[in-house]
Design a protein around this ligand. Structure first.
Ligand code: 3Y8
Ligand code: NAP
Length: 245
């Protein structure tokens, strides 16, 4: 077995947990971020920040750094990164494993409207004024300019730099993981009557879903983008075992 030199594509609670487990097990690796937020959370492994420059850039990185294992632990909505990872791993001949979390499924008491993508979520907001918790981050807010009639509670990792695309909004600057109690208090304080959420899965973003259920509030749930097939595990222990193969 070659001494592993892993590249972890990060940005999720699971990626951070994997890096902690690798550091404790003495397995060498680097975690990678796109550079979407001002200060990515400190990691227990060396980290790199910024795009690779497409598939070719990732192939070059894998070769130049003699990477022996590539783990894609990105968020399920980071579809372009995950698609590039499959192509680059094949081209560079580096084994790839995805560390993901299963999608959330509706439980008793959930009132979900399922939509296929972000445009579907925008369409679901047709109609008279609502008070909406739009907890999908910053990158796609401009899509919701189509519905200026609503009040929006926005949760962002960093303070907004540009003017908001919606006229009536309150911004909470906060990175997760979140708690059901805090999210419930936030919803009550702003008299929220609808939540919009990506089906992120995992524990770091699910507080708002649990709070919505407890308050009997409806949720527009955005389904995940399709990804190419790749080997996949849902827990850190299995990913660690794979690194040892
Ligand atoms: C830069 C790196 C960890 C990772 C924590 C998880 C949990 C908290 C919940 C809400 C939903 C949202 C958003 C969210 C969550 C975890 C995880 C997760 C959702 C950080 C991080 C980076 C990002 C990028 C950021 C996006 C945005 C999405 C905020 C670090 C904190 C809404 C996704 O301003 C921006 O440009 C933000 C961009 C991509 C989606 C968007 O479209 O705006 N994540 N989030 C990563 C990089 O540069 O490569 O600082 O920790 C990571 C985490 N965000 O180690 O504990 O595992 O899911 N992230 C969504 O689910 O809808 C918040 O508010 O309820
Ligand atoms: P994306 O749209 O799939 O990727 C766009 C481009 O960003 C990629 O082609 C790549 O650039 C670069 N990139 C993405 N993730 C990277 C990483 N981990 N390391 C280095 N470069 C990366 O990605 P995204 O949806 O913007 O997500 C960006 C990051 O935020 C990821 O780390 C993801 O895990 C995290 N995140 C995203 C969400 C979400 O809702 N999308 C939620 C939580 C966390 P090049 O082509 O130049 O290589």
């Amino acid at each position: 077995m070659k001494t592993p030199r892993a590249l972890i594509l990060g940005g999720t609670t699971e990626a951070t947990a994997l890096c902690r487990a690798m550091a404790e097990a003495g397995i060498a690796g680097t975690i990678s971020f796109a550079g979407r937020v001002a200060r990515p959370v400190r990691q227990p492994l060396p980290q790199r920040v910024g795009g690779f420059g497409g598939v070719a850039g990732l192939v070059a990185y894998l070769r130049d750094n003699r990477i022996t294992h590539l783990i894609d632990a990105t968020h399920p909505f980071a579809a372009q990164m995950s698609t590039h990872a499959v192509a680059a791993a094949a081209e560079a001949g580096v084994p790839l494993l995805a560390l993901t979390r299963p999608p959330w499924v509706p439980q008793l008491g959930d009132e979900w409207t399922l939509v296929p993508d972000l445009d579907g979520a925008v369409q679901a907001l047709e109609g008279s004024r609502r008070r909406i918790m739009l907890a999908i981050g910053r990158m796609h807010l401009d899509l919701f300019a189509r519905h200026p009639q609503h009040f929006y509670l926005l949760r962002l990792v960093d303070p907004p730099e540009a003017p908001l695309p919606v006229p009536d909004a309150h911004v909470e600057v906060s990175r997760g993981p979140f708690t059901q109690e805090d999210d419930g208090t936030l919803m009550e304080r702003h008299r929220i009557d609808l939540i919009v959420s990506k089906n992120a899965g995992g524990t770091g973003a699910r507080a708002k879903i649990d709070a919505a259920r407890a308050l009997g509030l409806p949720v527009v749930m955005i389904d995940r983008p399709a990804l190419p097939p790749r080997p996949e595990v849902h827990d850190v222990a299995a990913a660690l075992e794979w690194l040892r193969t």
